[in-house]
Ligand binder design. Sequence first.
Ligand SMILES: *[C@@H]1O[C@H](CO)[C@@H](O)[C@H](O)[C@H]1NC(C)=O
Ligand SMILES: *[C@@H]1O[C@H](CO)[C@@H](O)[C@H](O)[C@H]1NC(C)=O
Ligand SMILES: *[C@@H]1O[C@H](CO)[C@@H](O)[C@H](O)[C@H]1NC(C)=O
Ligand SMILES: *[C@@H]1O[C@H](CO)[C@@H](O)[C@H](O)[C@H]1NC(C)=O
Ligand SMILES: *[C@@H]1O[C@H](CO)[C@@H](O)[C@H](O)[C@H]1NC(C)=O
Ligand SMILES: *[C@@H]1O[C@H](CO)[C@@H](O)[C@H](O)[C@H]1NC(C)=O
Ligand SMILES: *[C@@H]1O[C@H](CO)[C@@H](O)[C@H](O)[C@H]1NC(C)=O
Ligand SMILES: [Cu+2]
Length: 578
Amino acid sequence: MGVFQHRWLPCSPPVAVLVLCLILCMSTPSAEARVRHHRWEITYQFKSPDCFQKLAVTINGGTPGPTIDAQQGDTVVVEVKNGLLTENVAIHWHGIRQIGTPWSDGTEGVTQCPILPGETFIYKFVVDRPGTYIYHAHYGMQRSAGLHGSIIVSLPGGVKEPFEYDEDRNIILNDWWHRSTYEQAVGLSSIPFVWVGEPQSLLINGRGRFNCSQAGTTAVCNPNSPQCSPYVLTVVPGKTYRLRITSITSLSALNFEIEGHNMTIVETDGHYVEPFVVKNLNIYSGETYSVLVKADRDPSRNYWAALNVVSRRPTTPTGLAVFNYYPNHPSRSPPTAPPTGPLWNDTDYRLDQSLRIRARRGYAVPPPRTADRVITFLNTQNRINNRTRWAVNNVSFTLPHTPYLVTLKQGLLHAFSQEPPPETYDYQNYDIYAVARNPNATSSDGIYRLEFDSTVDLVLQNANTMNPNNSETHPWHLHGHDFWVLGYGKGVFDPEKDPKNYNLMDPIMKNTVPLHPFGWTAIRFRADNPGVWAFHCHIESHFFMGMGVVFEEGVDRVGRLPTSIMGCGHAKVLGRKP
Ligand SMILES: *[C@@H]1O[C@H](CO)[C@@H](O)[C@H](O)[C@H]1NC(C)=O
Ligand SMILES: *[C@@H]1O[C@H](CO)[C@@H](O)[C@H](O)[C@H]1NC(C)=O
Ligand SMILES: *[C@@H]1O[C@H](CO)[C@@H](O)[C@H](O)[C@H]1NC(C)=O
Ligand SMILES: *[C@@H]1O[C@H](CO)[C@@H](O)[C@H](O)[C@H]1NC(C)=O
Ligand SMILES: *[C@@H]1O[C@H](CO)[C@@H](O)[C@H](O)[C@H]1NC(C)=O
Ligand SMILES: *[C@@H]1O[C@H](CO)[C@@H](O)[C@H](O)[C@H]1NC(C)=O
Ligand SMILES: *[C@@H]1O[C@H](CO)[C@@H](O)[C@H](O)[C@H]1NC(C)=O
Ligand SMILES: [Cu+2]
């Protein structure tokens, strides 16, 4: 366990190159990169993050796991030992593009075989952009069992952020259930469907509070457990704090508010935002934001930091942390009632915040003016052989047994369906406002193959679920790329009119974007990263039920695959040490 670092020169022999590199590195000390080495053991532990004891998947005994701190250009090496005894694991580095290392993306079934119990797998990648990122499990539903944490990439020495603050703090937001992820997963694929319901608690930095009198007599619930004392964010009056806020929820869209304090949004998913002030922040699973908060209110008391569910009718109590003005005692309760957040069904309020997020002036990267290919994705809830599923363009995604990266690179094309999924849906005959008369869909593990270096537009179109007058928020996450957010709209996307209003001036770049209820979201990206990349809804149960697709681009340019990603399905014979 633990972290050690050593200085590393970004080159390998021959000697002449080494000498050249030594000269270069010595003359430009700021270009020096380091290796950040971590050794992690993944185990189950009894944990009571909301006072109620259950099994959690931990890293070196903790959840959330350790923060990876690195500087732009550093190489991160994480040796992951799977100590789960009866369960596989894989870890995804969310927001890291993995340029040149597509096998380190950590997406089980797409870029690697799972890490078997007792085995150790080494992830190695370069963090090439500063910002706030996440890591989390990408196998089954382990993410919601606790396997997640933050990656903070700082600027090279001497380079300044375009905003000022005194200190920064990490804040990880999560939703939490008392039932095991196995029980949840079995329910999702049962006939009839068994839904676990809304989360019992909301956690701020792994801490929440469940009312133990509702726990039942056989449960272990201890309101005095130190694990469930609220997170305390201590501030010094007059100082400005950069809060790096991450949502790793399995289901919930959230609203985060610090009582009596505005916040200024300055960064999202590793990109600078043209600063704007909000009373509270809407944040969707898989997103990160940096906000600046000034401790400039009456310092004689403490304030609540409150987390509320939005978009789904909330039954989960507000998650609470203490915004503690030094030198008040951290356990002194604020004298006021905690903020209840915006109305849960105020979609316009959330859409408005999405629309205000633009690239910071002077930092915008202009998108290509046009796209080579446009793919429209109709998001629907469906039924297949009486099972509830999610689909895009009427196809519900299933993971193959052999990871695509291995299949495509080694030419084992029989390992998945060679039929490409649809590029669009039938606009004329699909009413997004009504429950589909025929909710049947098909399932497939076919993928989209993109021309290398082409520009691709993705238009996400939302629709009604199988419940009347209901449409859900889906945060879509793209692996291996950042994309430009070209626009959001209400209702049915108009392929003639709407692209004329795309923001090509100052679109923010992100890796995760919300699709709002009964609306559409349009994004653009360049298929310039050789590899195989998932694009999926970041709601854990939705992806588990088929809400995702996979893109391949330039796989012929991918370097030699490490054998450590093989050892399953048709890749079994391709070898892995015993
Ligand atoms: C906890 O639950 C009990 C039983 O339902 C209820 O009487 C009590 O008011 C609750 N306490 C809090 C702090 O909500
Ligand atoms: C928060 O911002 C709003 C709008 O800019 C402003 O009206 C309000 O006074 C601010 N509140 C505080 C506490 O600064
Ligand atoms: C939002 O939900 C509340 C109940 O929670 C309801 O009274 C209200 O009419 C709803 N508003 C909209 C716009 O649907
Ligand atoms: C939908 O699929 C079920 C089998 O799962 C079948 O019984 C039913 O007829 C199908 N409905 C339509 C409209 O095709
Ligand atoms: C699916 O559900 C329908 C209606 O509940 C039922 O009649 C049918 O037998 C079920 N089919 C299967 C394959 O379970
Ligand atoms: C989706 O696929 C199912 C099964 O093939 C079919 O019955 C249904 O009509 C399709 N729906 C749409 C909207 O294309
Ligand atoms: C759904 O919404 C429409 C229009 O907003 C309304 O006319 C209809 O009664 C609603 N249906 C249900 C089941 O709530
Ligand atoms: Cu979803």
